[in-house]
Design a protein around this ligand. Sequence first.
Ligand SMILES: Cc1ncc(COP(=O)(O)O)c(C=O)c1O
Length: 389
Amino acid sequence: MLKVPIAKTEFSEEDLNAILDPLKSGWVVQGPHVAEFEKKWGNYTGAPNSVAVSNCTTALHLSLAASGIKAGDEVIVPSFTWIATANAVEYLGAKPVLCDIETETFNIDPSKIEKLITKNTKAIIPVHLFGLSAKIDEILAIAEKYNLVVVEDAACGFGAKYKDKHVGNFGVTGCFSFHPRKAITTGEGGMIITSDAELAEKLRSMRDHGAAISDHQRHTGSKPYLLPEFPYLGYNYRMTDIQASIGSSQMNRAEEIHQKRSAIADKYDELIDGIEWLNKPFRDEDFEHGFQAYVCMYSPEAISLGNIDSINASRNNFMDYLQQNGISTRPGTHAIHMLQYYREKYGFSNEDHPNSYIASQCSIAFPLFPTLTDEEFSYIADKIKNYKI
Ligand SMILES: Cc1ncc(COP(=O)(O)O)c(C=O)c1O
C-alpha cells in the first residue's frame, strides 16, 4: 500500500545549503536574507514593496493595525476560511462580520457584502481560498463606494492571478503565508505586499517593535551604539534570516513550483470529470488558480440544509476509505461561525451561513505537492474510481 500525505515539504540541496549562509555569518535575525527574499517576492508578484513577517496571521494583524482599524470597527470577513482571518480582526477589539461564500468558488459572495455594511464598517478581507482569486472587481467596487480598506488574505495565493495580475496587489495590502501547507515554505513565515511606499515603511517599523531603523541597519551603520526612536506601537513580528534564506532559495524556482502544482491539478480535473459525485474546483480564464490545495465538493446529490448530515457522513466514509488505503485527505477548511470561540461569542448557529456550513461539511482536499509521482497519482485515481458510494 502506498502512503500519500496531503502535502509534502521538499527542500532541494540548494535550499539546505542556503541555510548555512546566515548560520556561518552569525547574523540570524532579520537582515540581508530577509531583504533578498523580499526583493524576489516583489519580482515574482509584481509588487513594488514587500515586507516579510513572522507568519500570515501577523501580516493580517499588522496590515489592519497600520491601516488604523481599532476597537469598535467592523471588518467583513468570509465565513469559510482559516480561523486566523477572523482572529486578526479580534486582536484589535474590532468585530469580524462574517459574510457567506459561494459554494462554486469557496470564496466570499460579493452579492452578500453590501447588506452587511454599517456605519462602523471599515474594511473587507477577501480571502483567495486554496489559491483561487476572490471576485476582486466586485469587491473593490463596493470598497470604493463605502470607502473601505481592503486587506487581501492571500495566505494561499502564491501563483494566483486575476486578469493577469498576481493576487495581493489589489488591496491596500496583500498577506501571504509560508506555513508548510503552502507552496513556498519557511516553516513559519509571512509576507505583506503593498504599492504604498509610505505604508510599507510603517509596516517595516511596526513589525520591529515600532523602531525607526532595523537592528541590521543600526549595527552596520556608523553609530551602532545609539538606539533608535520608536514612532509607532510595534510588535515583534520579524522573520529570521534563517527562514528567509530558505524562502529566498525556493524563489529561484518559483515558476517551476507553480507549474508543477498546476500540472497535477490538471490531472485531477481530468480524473474528476469522470466522477459524478465530485465537483471539481472553479476555473475561468480570468482566474489563474495557484492550487495551494485541490478542493472538490463531495455531492452525490444536490446539497441542502435538509440532507447535509447524511452527505457529511457519506463524505467522511469516503475520507475514511482513502485513509485506510494510505491516502490523506482533509476538509477544505473550517467555517468560522461553527468554531467554539466565535459560536459562543456571537451566538451563531450552523445555518447562519449555509454555504459555509455546506462547504465545511462536504468539501474534500486531495493530496497535492510538486513531487507527487505518476505512480502515486495513478494509485489515488484507482482508489477514487473504484469507490462505491
Ligand atoms: C486563508 C488563511 N488565512 C490565514 C492563514 C494563517 O497563516 P499563518 O499560518 O502563516 O499564520 C492561513 C493558514 O493556513 C490561511 O489558510
